[in-house]
Ligand binder design. Structure first.
Ligand SMILES: C[S@@+](CC[C@H](N)C(=O)[O-])C[C@H]1O[C@@H](n2cnc3c(N)ncnc32)[C@H](O)[C@@H]1O
Length: 273
């Protein structure tokens, strides 16, 4: 029987793997249980580069938030924010734009508990326990509890979370609702695993993730482009993540030396006109 640490909320099943805790393990974090580690190791048997992939994903998050700050964005809605780790959105944003506001949203109780404990008392940061598939409720609470000002542009982040929104839940409709709920000049940053390069291997990863609380899917670039319709993508468009405004020499932006198939990760940043 797994020991339940003090930081684990009572309501969670610590014998059932969670996407947020597996991701934490891939990043070298300590908020995970034996079941998460075992399933993450199983995923690595079919996709050994997973730890590099998640680091490249975090690097994109850093580059995208920095770029949005440079474009004048000073409030962020981070949907599926995960368990806090190095280089969190509010740290990147407030370094680039002091006073920037960040609202973190996650449906995973450990992610929310850990973020709340770590960030309580941090000015300009709020943590919401919510399901991003309910955009009306999330936007309402981001205003009421999180202090977002929806009369001004917002940077909405969907970084490695749309894979956990199956087609049956209408990801395009959800993205459209966030777009409609924000003013022109708002942005959306997205990253997503793709099945364009190695369909067999990523299909096996999907089989592994079917054992978690939030099964995930990989999508083609064409499918993701359809989900993002209505946003105008900034240069270089929807692309392999390591090619989205790379910072040559930056730590962990391309640990696999340019082999996009080993990442199987795409994304970009769009603006609402
Ligand atoms: C792979 S992690 C990505 C974390 C972070 N965005 C990043 O890229 O580093 C996916 C996160 O999305 C969260 N998530 C999945 N489905 C969600 C939903 N419907 N609503 C809110 N959060 C969700 C998971 O709990 C997990 O923390």
């Amino acid at each position: 029987m797994q020991h339940r640490p003090a930081w684990a909320p009572d309501e969670i099943d610590i014998e059932r793997p969670s996407v947020a805790r597996m991701y934490d393990w891939f990043l070298g974090g300590s908020h995970n249980f034996a079941c998460d580690r075992a399933l993450a190791e199983q995923a690595m048997k079919v996709f050994p580069d997973a730890p590099h992939v998640v680091r490249a994903n975090r690097s994109f998050l850093y580059r995208a938030v920095t770029a949005l700050c440079e474009l004048g964005i000073d409030q962020f809605l981070d949907l599926g924010s995960g368990i806090p780790t190095a280089g969190n959105v509010h740290e990147v944003a407030s370094a680039a734009r002091p006073g920037a506001r960040t609202v973190y949203v996650d449906s995973d109780p450990v992610a929310v508990a850990h973020a709340s404990a770590l960030l309580s008392g941090t000015p300009s940061v709020s943590v919401l326990h919510a399901d991003l598939r309910d955009p009306d409720a999330v936007l309402r609470d981001a205003v009421r509890a999180g202090g977002l000002d929806l009369s001004r542009p917002v940077g909405v982040l969907l970084v490695s979370v749309l894979p956990f929104v199956p087609d049956a839940d209408d990801p395009a409709g959800i993205v459209a609702a966030y777009r409609e709920g924000t003013v022109p000049g708002s942005y959306l940053a997205v990253s997503h695993g793709t099945n364009d390069y190695r369909p067999k291997a990523v299909g096996e990863v999907e089989d592994v993730y079917a054992n978690t609380t939030q099964p995930g899917v990989f999508r083609s670039k064409a499918e993701l482009a359809r989900i993002l319709e209505g946003y105008e993508m900034l240069p270089p468009g929807l692309t392999d993540l390591i090619h989205w405004r790379p910072e040559p020499g930056a730590l962990e932006s391309d640990p696999l030396n340019g082999d996009v198939s080993r990442y199987s990760l795409i994304g970009g940043v769009g603006i609402k006109r």
